[in-house]
Design a protein around this ligand. Structure first.
Ligand SMILES: [Zn+2]
Length: 285
């Protein structure tokens, strides 16, 4: 039985010849699909900026699916590749520039713009937890074909440079979908619940792992219906839209992460509706 299981695990990548990859966009906040040279029919461990990168095998061979941080510099970037034999290699890809639009948001709750000292302590604890969750790796082959978790208009696109009450803050690292409080949030693909919590900025939050380094995040929820460790199937309700955390109104902030970095969720969704909906400058965020 053990032999059979071992064989199954070894042969599994061969069944991925029909693997659908996300759209490639080699810009900050985008995705690079980097073909890897094959060595001894083995699958290497690939890292980018110290974080492990998803590697899938298709009919064309091995491909590294790399999340490019919003803060990445343009030009040549390098992947570190380590083969099971111990051999090492580096491989490059090129990042082009992209200008993201600027968004100005007015918040009534000043504390969510200039947190109090006790808030800052909480925020730094929560950032540490988030870092841990986002570095989770599981050996399941990732499913890159995501479906929108909520029906509704996109109220803030990914990557916007942001000002809260005229103060510069981090760029928008996900996609905001406007929906009424209580609207069900559905898993965009099969996965495992990695973490649930209630954070200062993100409000009630759920993280799902979908294989290797592909992780999705759901923020500002009103209710959470799942628990860490649970297996979730595509379409299953994981909770409800709310207005918890730093918000101007009820909406879902949907984050999609590769190798620990937030990338544009639109790159994973089939073209069932236009991706570049005009962002409303003062809509819910
Ligand atoms: Zn958002």
């Amino acid at each position: 039985m053990q032999t059979f299981l071992a064989l199954f695990v070894v042969l599994m990548p061969l069944s991925l010849s029909a693997m659908i990859l996300p759209a490639e966009r080699t810009v900050p906040g985008g995705i690079a699909l980097v073909p890897l040279k094959t060595l001894h029919d083995a699958v290497p461990t690939v890292t980018f900026n110290g974080s492990r990168v998803a590697v899938v095998e298709g009919s064309e061979g091995l491909t590294a699916v790399v999340g490019i941080p919003l803060w990445a510099e343009t030009g040549k970037q390098w992947l570190d590749i380590r083969w099971p034999s111990g051999e090492r290699a580096r491989q490059s890809f090129t990042v082009s520039s992209k200008d993201y639009e600027t968004q100005y948001i007015t918040l009534k709750d000043e504390r969510k713009v200039d947190p109090l000292p006790e808030d800052l302590e909480r925020i730094s604890r929560e950032n540490a937890v988030t870092g841990q969750v986002l570095s989770t790796w599981n050996e399941q082959p990732p499913d890159f074909t995501l479906t929108y978790p909520v029906e509704g208009p996109i109220s803030s696109v990914y990557g916007l440079r942001r000002f809260f009450n005229n103060q510069p803050r981090s760029p928008h690292s996900g996609l905001d979908i406007a929906a009424a409080k209580g609207t069900p949030i559905r898993a965009p693909a099969d996965g495992t619940v990695l973490y649930t919590g209630d954070f200062f900025f993100n409000g009630k939050v759920v993280y799902l792992g979908h294989g290797q380094s592909l992780i999705t995040m759901y923020c500002h929820m009103d209710r959470i219906n799942v628990e860490p460790g649970e297996h979730i199937e595509r379409g299953e309700v994981i909770g409800q839209v709310g207005a918890t955390g730093r918000v101007t109104g009820p909406h879902l902030h949907w984050g999609v992460y590769l190798n620990g970095t937030p990338v544009d969720p639109g790159l994973f969704v089939a073209q069932e509706r236009p991706r570049s909906w005009p962002p409303r400058a003062r809509g819910p965020m």
